[in-house]
Design a protein around this ligand. Structure first.
Ligand code: SAM
Ligand code: SF4
Length: 335
């Protein structure tokens, strides 16, 4: 039985108790903002974490005080032995969730029920079938939509991640909010973030104010209810009066939430990133394979985390292509 005795803290006293594990670099979509059309050069299989290594590393994190784990990718449901990974992680004293593109979800509903995995984040950027194909370069729109309905009807906590990009899907903001009228679902509009080769520029950012403006025009100001923020939450959340679901905005670019950051990212090749935007990483897989105690590597890797956005304190730094092209692309970080 794991009995957490320590905390993972950084030099600014931020306690890190939330681990996002990217299980695989592979994906069955090619969302243009995340992955190049021809895919990415994948790591050698021997350099990726096996199912046993994922569990061993996760156990060490839980021993160090991690209370929440989210599985991501690439597409996490493509990981070999995903059933075993979920079953074994669900034995740990944590809350376990998953972020998925939704394509394979119907196969796993019994497993998730059995293992108590309730928090299911599904990515969907458009309610239009043709646009879905343009964004993802694949034809799975109907499947994703039916799986969203399946999980909502079965009582899971479903959130829809929507990367909102000017000129691509910002004309659908009101339709996505309307989607929450009869569904107990939370839509989360995520600001488009810059990564190597993803055609990002500042003009494509849609901010919280832009979204609220559309919401006021379509549903009128007095019907917009501001919801209480969650501890370490990244979204500002709202509900339209009388609607079952809610919507939120994650302003990673225009208004980062670094002060309350409690997140650690573990990549599929066993490295930790102490920030989504950091260009440095700490290898855990090699020391694990060498039989070393990885706890010290974890603590050191987090201790020197920068205060803000991987050390890019000003927008000038952050928007400088030379900086963000040093980072991995999102497929291999996991969001
Ligand atoms: N394949 C799964 C999925 O799409 O949900 C999990 C991995 S994906 C990298 C995790 C999240 O990152 C998704 O919600 C995706 O929309 C988001 N994402 C990817 N690239 C992004 C970008 N450039 N800006 C903002 N969010 C991004
Ligand atoms: Fe795949 Fe998710 Fe990236 Fe889309 S956002 S390409 S589904 S990893």
């Amino acid at each position: 039985m794991i009995n957490p005795t320590e905390h993972i803290a950084d030099q600014f006293g931020r306690i890190h108790d939330y681990l996002r594990i990217s299980l695989t670099e592979r994906c069955n979509l090619r969302c243009f903002y995340c992955m190049p059309e021809d895919g990415i050069v994948l790591s050698e299989k021997s350099n990726l974490m096996s199912h046993e290594e994922v569990i061993a590393i996760a156990q060490q994190f839980v021993q160090l005080g991690v209370k929440k784990i989210r599985l991501t990718g690439g597409e996490p449901l493509l990981k070999k032995n995903i059933e075993k990974i979920i079953e074994e992680l669900s034995q740990l004293p944590i809350s376990l969730g998953i972020t998925t593109n939704g394509i394979l979800l119907e196969k796993y509903i019994d497993l998730f029920n059995k293992c108590g995995v309730k928090d299911i984040n599904i990515s969907l950027d458009t309610l239009n079938k043709e646009k879905f194909e343009q964004i993802t370069r694949r034809d799975y729109f109907d499947k994703v939509l039916s799986n969203i309905d399946l999980y909502e009807k079965n009582g899971f906590n479903v959130k829809i991640n929507n990367v909102i990009i000017k000129g691509t899907n910002d004309d659908e903001i009101a339709d996505f909010i309307a989607f929450t009228k009869n569904r107990n679902i939370a839509i989360r509009f995520i600001e488009f973030m810059p990564f190597d080769g993803n055609k990002w520029n500042t003009e494509k950012i849609i901010t919280l104010d832009d979204i609220l403006k559309v919401a006021k025009e379509r549903f009128s100001e007095e019907n917009i209810i501001t919801l209480k923020s969650k501890k370490n939450g990244t979204a500002k959340n709202f509900r339209i009066n009388g609607f079952k679901g809610e919507f939120g905005v994650i302003s990673t670019v225009s208004n980062p939430f670094c002060d309350s950051c409690n997140r650690i990212r573990l990549t599929a090749n066993g490295r930790i990133k102490n920030c989504l935007f950091s260009s440095t990483e700490t290898d855990l897989l090699t020391p694990l394979r060498n039989g070393e105690n990885i706890a010290e590597h974890i603590k050191k890797g987090i201790l020197h985390k920068f205060k803000v956005r991987g050390g890019m304190e000003t927008n000038e730094d952050f928007f400088n292509e030379d900086n963000f092209t040093k980072n991995r692309n999102m497929t291999t970080i996991g969001g």
